[in-house]
Design a protein around this ligand. Structure first.
Ligand SMILES: Nc1ncnc2c1ncn2[C@@H]1O[C@H](COP(=O)(O)OP(=O)(O)OP(=O)(O)O)[C@@H](O)[C@H]1O
Ligand SMILES: [Mg+2]
Length: 263
């Protein structure tokens, strides 16, 4: 859940109530090979601080590998990665990741699981209050004292999101965070994620298999194919958006055609 990049650290200030500034990203010629398998073959990408970017593409095209490299969980075999501030200067972001499975500690309460997201600050004064605020943001305050085993799948994933949010990250990556949820829970989680992003202002990079989810949430959708960016599509509609709107449906079919190789 918590990743440490050479350029990523958990803030060690005693009170991290303050939000970290949104971090932008600049990738230049990023490559990754596993032996002879060239998974990423030269990714050039700039992401604006505070924007919401979705990454889609067929299974095995390198989406998770790219996220893992951004989080420092994997090292690229070529190219450069820079996190930048509003004026383009290189910064060390407060970056967090949410995975498809919530990865909660079963022997800790919901609140304690969220406190874990504070890392080195987890024992500090005010950490419970911060965790409660994060639980409130995901509408789960009333479950603070419960065990994870007593929660539904959607609620567990909201705890995982709260754990990622508790340190007020400037950069949040999400690797199919809603992939295991039923369709209705998924829609309400998409609304929640969109709201939290608008309220907190971090930069979001979401990997998803769901093209409708990508166009509902993102300002920009990147299609990966065989380790390269095949398409980079803007979604120029204001947030919050309605599910199933006609304008979004057009962008969705353009993206589906790109994934399926029809353009
Ligand atoms: N640690 C690893 N060692 C060797 N090969 C790996 C490793 N991690 C990923 N790969 C390979 O890299 C390629 C891309 O994997 P990745 O997990 O990034 O795909 P993905 O786009 O996230 O797929 P999915 O949509 O199924 O999650 C695959 O061919 C995979 O076998
Ligand atoms: Mg993956």
């Amino acid at each position: 859940m918590v990743a440490l990049h050479s350029s990523i650290r958990i803030s060690d200030t005693p009170h991290s109530f303050q939000a970290s500034p949104a971090a932008g990203l600049r990738l230049t010629g990023v490559e990754k090979s596993f032996g002879a398998n060239r998974v990423l073959r030269g990714i050039d990408l700039e992401i604006e601080p505070g924007s919401f970017v979705a990454i889609i593409g067929k299974s095995g095209c390198g989406k998770s590998t790219l996220l893992r490299i951004l989080m420092g969980l994997e090292e690229q075999t070529g190219g450069h990665i820079d996190f930048v501030d509003q004026s383009g200067r290189a910064i060390e972001p407060n970056a967090r990741i949410v995975f498809q499975e919530p990865r909660l500690l079963p022997w800790r309460t919901v609140l304690e699981n969220v406190v874990v997201g504070l890392g080195a600050n987890s024992g500090s004064e005010g950490s419970d209050l911060q965790a409660l605020q994060a639980l409130k943001a995901v509408q789960l305050s009333e479950k603070a004292g419960d065990w994870p085993s007593r929660l539904s799948g959607g609620q567990r994933q909201r705890v995982a999101l709260a754990r990622a949010l508790v340190s007020h990250p400037g950069f949040l990556t999400l690797d199919e965070p809603l992939g295991a949820l039923d369709a209705l829970t998924r829609i309400s989680m998409q609304q929640l994620l969109g709201r939290v992003w608008r309220e907190q202002g971090f930069t979001a990079v979401l990997v998803t298999h769901d093209v409708a989810e990508a166009v509902y949430l993102a300002d920009r959708v990147i299609v990966l194919e065989e380790g390269r960016i095949k398409k980079d599509v803007r979604v120029p509609h204001p947030h919050p958006r309605g599910h199933g709107s006609r304008d979004l449906a057009e962008i969705e079919s353009e993206l589906l055609a790109a994934i399926l190789g029809r353009n």
